[in-house]
Design a protein around this ligand. Structure first.
Ligand SMILES: [Fe+2]
Ligand SMILES: [Fe+2]
Length: 259
């Protein structure tokens, strides 16, 4: 089976690029399961109900979030009713939403989990992601585990990958919005990439209009972020093929489509 995983979908340009490329991939590849990172879908911060429903209509199976899970407060209206939204499992248990979901695909149990990193993430209240991951792996019954590690530091992500190699079939990073060139099958069989990358405007600064960010550095400006809405878009994703009988990863393919 082929699992498509799309990196942080950022605002309007990201949504348009996602819809266009998803339709093309559905025609060209036999995609069985779709996971997207949705933390930047609505105007670059968070996910509103309209865009959540749009993902569902397009056939998305699971939406993972991240540090922007609650940036759009509209999510409080639907996150607890959804079986398809996953926010970091090592957030406080008092926060709305869940840290994993198990879906049934043709009798195969597929569990998608998300954890948020500790390094450079400024969230002192988050539980340790490594310990929390092992805790969930010990308590969930599933054929296939897939994990979105939402983190900044490449070293933390690579360590996480090796730590859970062979225990989680697909370990992938999100959050930096910059795709890394290290996709591979790890020694014990997990498909791995440090960061899937972003789906959104190519010529902004990780999705935001570049002059706003440059002014933050040059002029100590505090102007609000606005999504870039012109120029080329990039679609960043991976497709992982898993054997439906052995549940072993067969290959990982990286997509970076600029148009
Ligand atoms: Fe993030
Ligand atoms: Fe993001």
């Amino acid at each position: 089976m082929k699992i498509l995983i799309v990196g942080d979908i950022f605002s309007k340009m990201g949504r348009e690029s996602f819809e266009r490329n998803l339709k093309k991939l559905k025609r060209e590849e036999n995609i069985n399961f779709i996971i997207v990172n949705g933390e930047n879908t609505s105007h670059g911060k968070g996910l509103n109900e309209k865009h959540y429903k749009w993902f569902m209509e397009l056939g998305v199976n699971v939406i993972t979030m991240g540090n922007h899970t609650y940036s759009n407060r509209n999510i409080y209206n639907f996150i607890d009713d959804s079986k398809s939204i996953v926010r970091p499992a090592n957030f406080s248990q008092d926060l709305p939403g869940v840290g994993y979901t198990t879906k049934n695909y043709n009798g195969i149990k597929i569990t998608v989990m998300q954890f948020i990193g500790k390094v450079f993430m400024n969230n002192p209240n988050d539980e340790d992601p490594f310990e929390k991951t092992q805790e969930l792996l010990d308590s969930i019954d599933s054929n296939i585990f897939i994990c979105d590690f939402h983190a900044e530091a490449t070293s933390e992500k690579v360590a996480f990958g090796h730590c859970f190699d062979g225990k989680i079939q697909i370990i992938y990073g999100t959050h930096t919005h910059v795709q890394t060139n290290d996709a591979r099958i790890l020694p014990k069989g997990s498909a791995y990439i440090t960061d899937v990358g972003m789906t959104g405007a190519m010529d902004g600064v990780i999705g935001v209009q570049k002059n706003i960010i440059i002014d933050r550095y040059l002029k100590k400006s505090t102007n609000a972020f606005e999504p870039e809405d012109k120029g080329k878009a990039q679609f960043c994703a991976i497709i992982v093929e898993i054997d439906e009988k052995t549940f072993k990863c067969q290959n990982i393919k990286v997509l970076n489509i600029i148009e």
